[in-house]
Design a protein around this ligand. Structure first.
Ligand SMILES: [Zn+2]
Length: 356
């Protein structure tokens, strides 16, 4: 939450006029089309409204230590309509999973955890939490809410110090076509539901086409149960010869050329959806799922820009790279793995069909 420069996306539409003269009289213009009907809010398959699950949490709740006892709500939250707007844009799969949640909490008190997704081991209930502070930025302050949310993620992954962030990071920006507050909320819901389904469905133990998800881009896998901190790389080792901590160290040391080279490798070599997916196998699964949800919701471009080695801006077409990953690339295989799982084509450890 340190960013000082705000990016404003400007869309310029150029009208190109046809210059030749028609041979025939131009017919009168057709009558104006009737206004498009306003789409009705989507509902859960049992007819209930998702906003009926969105409740306010006024006390400080720490999901890290209180994760085994569900937080107590103080009644419906006024932010339910924002969750509903994001829900309207969600894939059917994501809607079904959101509808299966126990609650979506809006944390009124400031907390160290801006968002969380929890599946309780004891009774298997799942809940998601989003801080009101973050929602207020998305709805009211940020001009490009999803782009700014993604910038915050990269900022926090690469710069862990309280000191002012370096110039290079301050000039890193996202440019998103199709951005809106609803898209930013949708991205949060897709990510946090991913954490709940990873544990609820035991995704790390499933095989699609005989392969575990984590085997596709992780060399050494250690997925400890329990609360997973933001940016916590655990003891997993990816197929790259560097990790997120090495990249953060390069930034601290001012070794920008090496960092820029790593950024290109992560985003452009067909191994990862983005930097967040490079942190741990569950975040990898989740961010890959999230990008598929965002694409389906109409996000058509996610570009990342930062100063390149010459100082001139480097642009990475993050979503284009994601969408065009070849089927033989590790990222293409991860997308296909998730698609197979969603179609019920994967197997549990006993060799039975795994429930998506
Ligand atoms: Zn996460």
């Amino acid at each position: 939450m340190r960013r000082s420069t705000l990016l404003i996306l400007a869309g310029v539409l150029t009208m190109v006029a046809e210059a030749c003269t028609p041979f025939f009289p131009v017919p009168p213009p057709p009558p104006p089309a009737p206004p498009a009907p306003i789409a009705a809010d989507q509902r859960c398959s049992d007819g209930t409204s998702i906003s009926s699950k969105v409740v306010a949490l006024d006390v400080k709740y720490n999901p890290e230590v209180d994760g085994t006892s569900p937080p107590q709500s103080i009644g419906l939250s006024s932010y339910g309509s924002w969750i509903q707007k994001a829900f309207n844009l969600a894939t059917q799969d994501l809607r079904d999973r959101l509808c299966a949640l126990d609650k979506i909490y809006i944390a009124e008190a400031n907390t160290d955890h801006a968002v969380w997704g929890i599946r309780e081991k004891r009774n298997r209930t799942r809940h998601i939490g989003i801080s009101k502070e973050l929602l207020d930025k998305i709805i009211g302050t940020w001009t490009s809410p999803y782009a700014q949310y993604e910038m915050e993620i990269v900022d926090n992954l690469l710069w862990r110090s309280e000191n002012p962030e370096p110039d290079w990071l301050r000039h890193l920006t996202y440019k998103v076509v199709g951005d809106s507050p609803s898209i930013a909320v949708l991205a949060i819901l897709a990510h946090e539901i991913g954490h709940t389904m990873w544990w609820h469905r035991g995704v790390m133990n499933l095989k699609c086409d005989g392969v575990f998800f984590a085997n596709l881009t992780w060399d050494r896998i250690n997925i400890p149960p329990g609360f997973h901190h933001f940016g916590d790389k655990q003891r997993n080792k990816s197929i790259e010869d560097f990790d997120i901590d090495d990249m953060a160290n390069l930034l601290s040391a001012g070794s920008l050329n090496a960092l820029i080279s790593n950024m290109h490798q992560v985003y452009e070599d067909g191994n990862w959806a983005n930097l967040f997916s490079f942190v741990a196998p569950d975040e990898d699964f989740i961010e890959t799922y999230k990008f598929q949800v965002l694409q389906d919701a109409g996000v058509s471009k996610i570009d990342l820009e930062f100063p390149g080695t010459s100082g001139a801006p480097d642009t990475i077409n993050v979503l284009t790279n994601f969408a065009s990953a070849s089927s033989g690339s590790p990222l293409g295989k991860k997308k296909a793995w998730i698609a197979s799982w969603l179609q019920g084509a994967c197997k549990d450890p006993n060799g039975n069909p795994a429930h998506p």
